[in-house]
Structures are given as structure tokens and as C-alpha cells.
Design a protein around this ligand. Structure first.
Ligand code: GLN
Length: 253
């Protein structure tokens, strides 16, 4: 059988990557390699072409602060935004963390009221209620609603923006401990087709290998047009790391 290969497009690795977001790329690469699947990582920073972006079978973009979000917004407007929209609509899987997640929505209103236009791909918007309102910071656990058996997902969040979902997207699940999208309605993240937006840094995937496999399986299925049964891996360490956070937050699952 021909060896499978995935091209992973990493959007703005130099600008959008905080709290170890880069670890998500390493996990995707390793979990593919352990199954004898090749990967190629392409860096898509400011000035990169839409043609490069289009090559991606799977997309990752991490979080950042407002300053970087503005630079990225400008670069996106030079052609990449339309392509990304087409790709997301065409089920290209992707993981977008925090600032990147906010960016997929309609807009992000900063603490001083400045509005950064989003890509408008996901039916959601984000507003920062102002510098006098506390940021939403800490470890978080939520129960997924898009994975089999509604497994828990753990991570670390730090955001001033509060995200509100519209009807065309679903949340990733319900918060058991932490804040999630806005600290009020109990939802965390959003899923649309194969695109995942989430507030979870940490990075997210090392402690949540089930999310990594969701993305890999979706990318392989789309590329090779067949149902992929990912070979099971020994995830003892990953599950231990996951459970430590769950226990630390005194969650009963
Ligand atoms: N600037 C955004 C906020 O504070 C995103 C933060 C992040 O990506 N960590 O809401």
C-alpha cells in the first residue's frame, strides 16, 4: 500500500504561538509518524502565498496577544482569508487556539473598544469587556460533545475576550471547571465541519491525544477518500497527564 502523507499548514508560527501552542504541531507530527504516516510542516507566516496555504491537508494556528492579532488580520486580507474560508467550508480540518479561534469569528472587540474584523467564517463574535474586568485564567476541564463517549478535554486558558456562539456552530462541550467561551454560558470552543476553535493552551494536544486523532483521522479521510481506522497507540503517559489535571481540579468523571 502506498505510504500516506499529510501536509500540515502552520499559520503564523512566529506571531501566533503562546503557552506552548507549538506542542500541538509536535503531537500531530509524532502521532502520524508512530503510525508510519509521513508529514510535512509548512510555515505560513506574513507574506506567504495563498497557494502554499491551499496545499495544507490540516491547519494549525495558535494564540497571541492583540498586537499580533492586528498584524495577522492585515496579512490575511491580502488574499489568504478567502482561501481559508473555502478550505474550511471544504472540510479541511484545523485547530485554532484562543486568538486564532477569535479570529475565525465575525470580530474581536479589544478592551479599549477597538474592533479587529474577523474572517467571518464561524458564526461567533468576541468582546473584551474592558481592562477593569478580570481576564479568564486557569486550568480548565470540559466534557466534549463531539468525541465518542463524550470524553473530557483539559488545558489552560488565559483570555480577556468573551466569545458568544451563533446558531451555525456548535460548542466543543460543557465546562466542568474553568471559564470556557465567556465564563457565563458554560460552553467551551466551537466546532464547524472539521474545524475546531478552542481557548485551550497548555498546549492542548499532548494531554488530549483523542483530539489529535480526531484531526488526523479527518485529514486522512478527506485526502484519501476512505474511512481511516487509526492504529491504536500506547497512550498511558498522555492519559496520566490528562488525569492529573482532572484530579487537580477535583472533577469526578
Ligand atoms: N488577545 C486575546 C484575548 O486576550 C487572545 C489571547 C490568547 O490568545 N491567549 O482575549
Amino acid at each position: 500500500m502506498k505510504k500516506m502523507k499529510l501536509i500540515i499548514g502552520w499559520l503564523y508560527p512566529d506571531l501566533m504561538s503562546t503557552y506552548g501552542d507549538r506542542g500541538n504541531i509536535i503531537v500531530l507530527q509524532k502521532r502520524a509518524k508512530w503510525r508510519d504516516i509521513d508529514t510535512e510542516i509548512i510555515s505560513l507566516s506574513v507574506g506567504s502565498s495563498s497557494k502554499e496555504l491551499r496545499k495544507s491537508d490540516l491547519i494549525f494556528m495558535g494564540g497571541a496577544q492583540d498586537r499580533q492579532q492586528k498584524i495577522v488580520a492585515e496579512d490575511f486580507r491580502k488574499g489568504k482569508s478567502e482561501i481559508l474560508k473555502e478550505m474550511i467550508e471544504d472540510f479541511v480540518p484545523g485547530l485554532y487556539i484562543c486568538g486564532a479561534y477569535q479570529f475565525l469569528g465575525k470580530y474581536y472587540k479589544e478592551a479599549d473598544g477597538t474592533v479587529i474584523e474577523g474572517l467571518g467564517i464561524l458564526d461567533l463574535y468576541t468582546e473584551n469587556p474592558g481592562i477593569n474586568v478580570p481576564r479568564l485564567i486557569g486550568n480548565i476541564v470540559f466534557r466534549s460533545s463531539f468525541l465518542p463517549e463524550n470524553t473530557t478535554i483539559v488545558g489552560f486558558e488565559n483570555h480577556g475576550g468573551r466569545t458568544y456562539l451563533g446558531k451555525k456552530v456548535k460548542s466543543l462541550g460543557q465546562v466542568l471547571k474553568g471559564y470556557g467561551n465567556n465564563g457565563v454560558d458554560g460552553s467551551e470552543g466551537a466546532i464547524y465541519k472539521n474545524t475546531i476553535g478552542s481557548y485551550l493552551h497548555g498546549p492542548m494536544l499532548p494531554k488530549n491525544p483523542h483530539v489529535a486523532d480526531f484531526l488526523l483521522a479527518a485529514a486522512l479521510k478527506r485526502k484519501y477518500q476512505e474511512n481511516i481506522h487509526l492504529q491504536k497507540l500506547d497512550d498511558e503517559l498522555e492519559i496520566k497527564a490528562h488525569s492529573v489535571i482532572v484530579r487537580k481540579l477535583k472533577i469526578r468523571v
